[in-house]
Each structure stands twice: as structure tokens, then as C-alpha cells.
Design a protein around this ligand. Structure first.
Ligand code: PDD
Length: 280
């Protein structure tokens, strides 16, 4: 089965899916997106992802072509047509196709794109050994809570991290750690789980929310407050959360080792509970 594309309500093989050059997503990055993965073939936290898609669209005054119920049906249908053991679904909405002018076009149909590809989990070795991250100044705009398709700063950051041999870029704003280029950041200090609070400096991660709920259920104290860069370097444990990384231990920040240099106990416990909550 080929990878699946979906443009404005119609499914097709991905290689046949096209968007015109004048699409505002291409011209301006004027759009929003979501990434959803499956476990055991079922979309994970679909309602939460679709609710965030609605919030992102509303924040940029983008009318939605489909309701969340319609999206849910399309997502499930795309996964079924793809036929993969596990799928990764991208939904991208842009302000549509119009001659290039910054202001919104008067009346134009938003472009609606979905792709379905096979989902490959993070290499098991990275999960057991932990990964390294590279910290850098957060050069993104002031509304990181909107899941905008305009990802240039994230792309540049992740490339820098990649060239330095690190798995993820971790952003620092005003001396405080915000999040990763594709993930949220959590640390364990004196037994408490600490992470940047929801707000305009981070994306409200769906996996972040799942991890915090699991931590609270296990009696781990949760502090949603900014993390100083100096604190990060002295943390006992650190991990990333996200749809693609799940709960991924971090054992190196720049040139410094985190905690014992091995995935921490609370991190491992949370990953275990996360897996168990999926029924796998
Ligand atoms: N990224 N922060 C940023 C900047 C992200 O791009 C993501 C997700 C997250 C984690 O959010 P969630 O747990 O809802 O996936 C945090 C997706 C996977 C991507 O862009 O591919």
C-alpha cells in the first residue's frame, strides 16, 4: 500500500497529492498542523490532538473546513487505507491559495492536507541508553502554543543539534529552558518532576499532559514552573516527551552528564506506566 495523501476531502496516493505554488502555507507558512500516531492501530489521544488543532486554527483566525467529528472519521479512514501496523498521521491546514499578499484573502477556501505514513518508533538503543541534547537560544516567535507550520527556527535548531551529535535541540529563553524543537522537556530534581508551565512559550504537548497525569497518579510531585539553565545542568534526571519520542531519557546536556549518566528511575517508571497504559 502506498503512503496516503488527502487533499481537501479526497484520498489519493501520496505521490499524487499536490498543493499549488500560491498556497499560503508555501508562501508564508500561514497554517497550522497536528501529528497523531497510532498504538495497536488506533490513533492515540485523537480528541486531544483535534482539540489542539481547533485551538491553533482559531488562534490564527483560520476557519475549519471539517468538524472534529469529521476529522476523526477521516483520520481513522486514512489509517485503515494505509494498512500499516502503526501509522503517523499529519494534518496540515493553510489559509488557502491566493495571489501573494500578506493580508488575508477576502474569500478563499482553506487548504486541508493529511498524510498517512508508517510509524517507526525511536531506536530501542536510544531509549535504553538515553540521548544527548544541545541547548541554544530560543529564536522562535512569541506564540509557541500555536502549532504553526512555520518551523524554520525549529529546523535550524534541530540541524545544529544533529551536527553536534545531539538528538534534540533544547530551547532557552531568558536563561530558562522552554522546550525542545519537537518535544517538551521535563527534569527530576529532589524527587519532583519539573516542567515549563503551559503558556505562549511552549506547545501544550499531548504527551506532556499524559506524562504529568501518570506522574501524579504515581505520587510524584509535579511542579509546573520555569527551569533555569543552571538547574537543568544539576538535574537528577531529564527526559523529553512527544508524539514521536514518547518518554525519552536524556543523559547528556551539551558537554555535561545528567545525574548518573543513565536513564533515571522516575523516567523509567513513567515510560513503563506509559507503555502499560497503552495495553502493550
Ligand atoms: N512535535 N513541542 C514542540 C515544539 C513540538 O513540535 C512537539 C511535537 C511537542 C510535543 O507535543 P505532542 O506530545 O503533542 O506531540 C512539543 C511533533 C511530533 C512534530 O512536529 O513532528
Amino acid at each position: 500500500m502506498p503512503d496516503i495523501g488527502f487533499v481537501n476531502g479526497r484520498f489519493m496516493p501520496l505521490r499524487e497529492a499536490m498543493v499549488p505554488v500560491e498556497d499560503r502555507g508555501f508562501q508564508f507558512g500561514d497554517g497550522v498542523y497536528e501529528v497523531i500516531r497510532t498504538y495497536c492501530g488506533a490513533p492515540f489521544q485523537l480528541e486531544a490532538h483535534l482539540a489542539r488543532l481547533e485551538r491553533s486554527a482559531r488562534a490564527i483566525e483560520l476557519p475549519l473546513s471539517f468538524t472534529s467529528q469529521e476529522w476523526a472519521r477521516y483520520v481513522v479512514e486514512g489509517i485503515r487505507i494505509g494498512g500499516y501496523a502503526e501509522s503517523k498521521v499529519y494534518i496540515q491546514l493553510t489559509r488557502g491559495v491566493a495571489p501573494r499578499e500578506h493580508q488575508f484573502p477576502a474569500s478563499v477556501r482553506p487548504t486541508t492536507v493529511m498524510t498517512v505514513r508508517e510509524m517507526h518508533s525511536v531506536d530501542a538503543r536510544l531509549r535504553t541508553q538515553g540521548v544527548g541534547v544541545l541547548t541554544m537560544e530560543d529564536l522562535r516567535w512569541g506564540r509557541c502554543d500555536i502549532k504553526s507550520v512555520n518551523l524554520l527556527a525549529n529546523v535550524m535548531a534541530r540541524q545544529r543539534a544533529h551536527l553536534a551529535g545531539a538528538f534534540e535541540a533544547v530551547f532557552v529563553r531568558g536563561g530558562e529552558v522552554t522546550e525542545g524543537a519537537v518535544s517538551n522537556v521535563m527534569v527530576v530534581m529532589q524527587g519532583a518532576l519539573v516542567t515549563e508551565p503551559e503558556g505562549e512559550r511552549i506547545l501544550s504537548g499531548v504527551t506532556r499532559d499524559v506524562a504529568l497525569t501518570l506522574a501524579r497518579k504515581e505520587g510524584v510531585a509535579v511542579q509546573e514552573r520555569p527551569i533555569g539553565l543552571d538547574e537543568l545542568r544539576g538535574a537528577d534526571e531529564m527526559f523529553l516527551t512527544g508524539t514521536t519520542v514518547e518518554i525519552l531519557p536524556v543523559v547528556r546536556v551539551d558537554d555535561a552528564v545528567v545525574g548518573s549518566g543513565k536513564p533515571g528511575d522516575i523516567t523509567k517508571m513513567l515510560y513503563d506506566r506509559f507503555q502499560r497504559s497503552l495495553g502493550s
